[in-house]
Design a binder for this molecule. Structure first.
Ligand code: ADP
Ligand code: ZN
Ligand code: ZN
Length: 741
């Protein structure tokens, strides 16, 4: 037994399932070390930034082996106690190393040990005297007049970038105004960033629509729950007014001096959505998007934590934004797969959000036109309150869905004659047409007619995709690229043909059928450059008689009222997918894309090309009956004992060496033994057994209830980390996996 001493327990961002004991930094009493503060500590041969979890008078380590922390980096805890607790829960639930979990929740500069202070920005603003000057009196100094006018539009002060459009000379002009005592330069914290291009104008003449009955009811029910935990599932077709419900509930929460956190899918976070929030709420927003600099991200994070910004909008990782006065959480399109993190700490933002709401005692609203089976199951079991919006708002009719049986149709690059005719009819009426094909590139396969050679990736079990514009063969899995061969590498002679269609090829065919018409293609390739997606959407917003062709990037988010026809080129891709969620995903995607048609006063039409028109999936979809469809699917899942009627965890392993992953997983299966109430399935090679030159395999755990599965993982996972076989593979555990590959 060691003598009692001052021990501080620290989490460090390393892949180890433990915390680390240190002595306090020199000259710092234990009492001033509080959970959630950062320490710089010696670690291995270098140093790390760690987060204090707690203090203690005992350590399991002998005194001689305890190291002293180097420095205390904070005077206040970085994270409120509630957040620290939530993250500890998440680390335990997902069986992920606590240090890594805690540090995912921090913005980059804080992870790196930078001070938790907002960077100051220099701003130029008019003095009281300057504001009284009438620019017209400065006719002889037009540059000064222009600067004065510009500054009048920025009562909080303008940054250099706001003034740059005036021309490079503005700094000299500013000095002249300052000399007259009309202008001053100040250093103030940057306001939380919203998306660029959403200026203060256009706000004043906005009048929100009056809520219809079911909307009012939903808002009221949600607002009655402010101050205690309730999970709501708000189900309503695209265009039924869910966003309007969010906005009103947020207004009420903010009026009670509470903060609202809004999560949207990765592709749902468009400037159009942010503008809508700004126009309606007229409140400062903190928007977390991928375009933020590290400094901007930190500023927004601090503003949320310190309660300086009432509304926070962001994608998946924004679920970890600390809030001073949490009031309401909203998750739009709750079924969207982008809420699940697919690498490292594999959390599900929706599930974290629900737990966060429960721990903070606040309501959470999950909204969707096509809720996930998990959420429907929770609603049916009474754990979520189910709210419905059944009609499209503003009197818009639901789009008419129709199947095009293409079994006996000649197709021109995937386009059937009836579809082309319907497109012509809608374009003749000056409307826009949207075509959906979830496959980018020119063609998915390059094939030799003489010897049967197919272009495959040397590092993955996958075909290489032909890309015309970039003149290459591209692996969409490992990103490797090869020049297009002009002769068959197999036989050296045969003619090579590109089989099948990607968006690039369909674009080419459309240009042939509709010469002179503007065709806008939206996929990962056409939107690679920063701002190009925005530019394409802006063209559509102002345009007419255009064809929009795209992958799932166009399925949601942007509101394009001139689209009256939606064509789904290949609905069969998802019908017989390997994953048990394939049908659910396909239905959600079809309804989502269909929802883009006829959102304003015009009724929309949706044509779905398929070779399996009698597939049961379509029957419910054509009737817009997602409820009936999901009931069927849930029944199937119940019979097969699959989620949400069972819980899963997937242990994955990969290595360059072919045997190592299976050997590791066999050891894992051996260690698991025959656990009570848990099935251990496998190990087996992954559906894509080789990716980026690595062999992959997996072991599946399946259980009726969560508790026995978690008891097993609690025992198994830390032990696996210490096993010698683990050193020969890269392995990870996925609790509640969304994809089984
Ligand atoms: P969702 O989020 O369910 O797709 P939105 O809230 O975006 O639906 O509403 C769809 C369209 O209908 C928007 O243009 C919105 O301004 C409009 N809208 C919403 N509620 C009403 C209402 N009560 N009356 C008239 N128009 C409405
Ligand atoms: Zn590859
Ligand atoms: Zn050949």
């Amino acid at each position: 037994m060691n003598a009692p001493q001052d021990i501080v327990q620290v989490a460090v961002p390393v892949p180890l399932y433990q915390s680390f004991d240190y002595l306090p930094p020199p000259g710092i009493p234990l009492a001033s070390l509080r959970p959630g503060m950062r320490l710089r500590v010696p670690f291995g041969r270098g140093t790390q930034v760690g987060l204090i979890l707690g203090t203690s008078s005992h350590s399991t380590l002998p005194r001689a082996r305890l190291k002293r922390a180097l420095a205390l980096l904070d005077t206040e805890p970085l994270l409120p106690a509630g957040m620290l607790g939530l993250l500890q829960w998440a680390a335990a639930y997902y069986h992920h190393p606590l240090g890594e979990v805690l540090f995912t929740a921090l913005p980059g500069p804080l992870r790196a040990g930078k001070p938790a202070r907002q960077a100051l920005t220099k701003r130029y603003r008019l003095t009281d005297a300057g504001r009284r000057v009438d620019p017209r009196e400065l006719a002889r100094a037009p540059r000064q007049a222009a600067l004065l006018r510009r500054l009048l539009a920025f009562p909080e002060g303008a940054q250099a970038q706001d003034l740059d459009p005036l021309g490079g000379h503005w700094r000299r002009t500013a000095a002249a105004l300052a000399a007259k005592g009309w202008l001053e330069a100040v250093a103030i914290p940057a306001p939380p960033p919203a998306l660029a291009g959403s200026g203060p104008a256009e706000v004043s003449d906005y009048h929100p629509p009056a809520l219809h009955g079911p909307q009012q009811e939903a808002v009221q029910t949600i607002c009655t729950a402010l101050g205690r935990f309730t999970a709501f599932l708000l189900e309503g077709v695209t265009g039924s007014g869910k966003t309007e419900v969010y906005l009103h509930a947020i207004e009420t929460a903010v009026a009670r001096d509470l903060q609202a956190l809004v999560l949207v899918p990765e592709i749902g976070l468009t400037p159009q959505l942010v503008r809508r929030f700004q126009r309606h709420l007229r409140l400062p927003l903190a928007v977390f998007h991928s375009g933020l600099s590290a400094g901007e991200r930190l500023a927004a994070w601090l503003a949320a934590r310190d309660g300086r910004v009432p509304v926070i909008i962001g994608t998946r990782s924004a679920v970890f934004t600390p809030l001073r006065r949490p009031g309401l959480i909203i998750i739009d399109e709750e079924h969207d797969p982008s809420y699940k993190q697919q690498e490292g700490f594999r959390y599900h933002a929706r599930d974290i959000a629900v737990m966060r709401a429960r721990r903070s005692g606040i309501p959470v609203v999950l909204g969707s036109a096509t809720p996930s089976l998990e959420s429907l199951h929770n609603a049916a079991g009474g754990r979520y309150r189910h709210l419905h919006l059944t009609q499209r708002a503003g009197g818009a009719e639901p789009p008419r869905l129709k199947l095009l049986d293409v079994r006996h149709q000649p197709l021109d690059q995937g386009l059937s004659r009836p579809l082309l005719q319907a497109m012509q009819a809608h374009l003749d009426r000056d409307h826009q047409v949207l075509l959906f094909l979830n496959r980018r590139g020119y063609a998915p396969t390059l094939y030799c007619c003489a010897c049967g050679w197919i272009a495959t990736c040397s590092r993955c079990d996958a075909h290489l995709v032909v890309h015309r514009a970039r003149q290459c063969l591209h692996c969409h899995h490992c990103d490797s690229r090869h020049p297009l061969p002009d002769r068959c590498p197999g036989c050296g002679a045969g003619e090579l043909v590109a089989l099948g269609q990607g968006t690039e090829r369909v674009e080419e065919a459309l240009a042939r059928h509709f010469p002179g018409l503007e065709i806008l293609r939206i996929d990962r390739d056409s939107t690679r450059r920063k701002g190009s997606l925005q530019a394409l959407l802006a063209r559509l917003e102002g345009g007419r008689r255009q064809i929009l062709l795209g992958t799932q990037m166009i399925a949601k988010g942007h509101h394009l009222p001139r689209i009256t026809l939606v064509g789904i080129l290949d609905a069969d891709q998802g019908l017989f997918g390997a994953d048990f969620r394939a049908t659910e995903r396909l239905a959600q995607l079809i309804l989502q894309v269909a929802g883009r048609a006829g959102r304003a006063a015009r009724t929309g039409e949706v044509l779905i090309q398929t070779r399996f028109p009698e597939h049961p999936l379509f029957e419910c979809l054509l009737r817009h009956d997602y409820a009936a469809f999901s009931r069927q699917l849930l029944e199937e899942r119940r019979q097969c004992q699959l989620p949400p009627f069972a819980v899963m965890a997937l242990l994955r392993a990969e290595a360059v060496n072919q045997e190592a992953p299976l050997a590791f997983l066999q050891e894992a299966a051996r260690r698991a033994g025959e656990p009570p109430d848990v099935q251990v399935l496998g190990p087996a090679p992954s559906p894509m057994a080789r990716l980026a030159g690595r062999h992959r395999a997996q072991l599946l755990f399946l259980a009726r209830r969560r508790a026995p599965l978690h008891r097993l993982l609690d025992r198994l996972v830390p032990a696996l980390g210490r096993s010698p076989a683990a050193r020969r593979v890269r392995w990870s555990l996925d609790v509640d996996p969304q994809e089984l590959f």
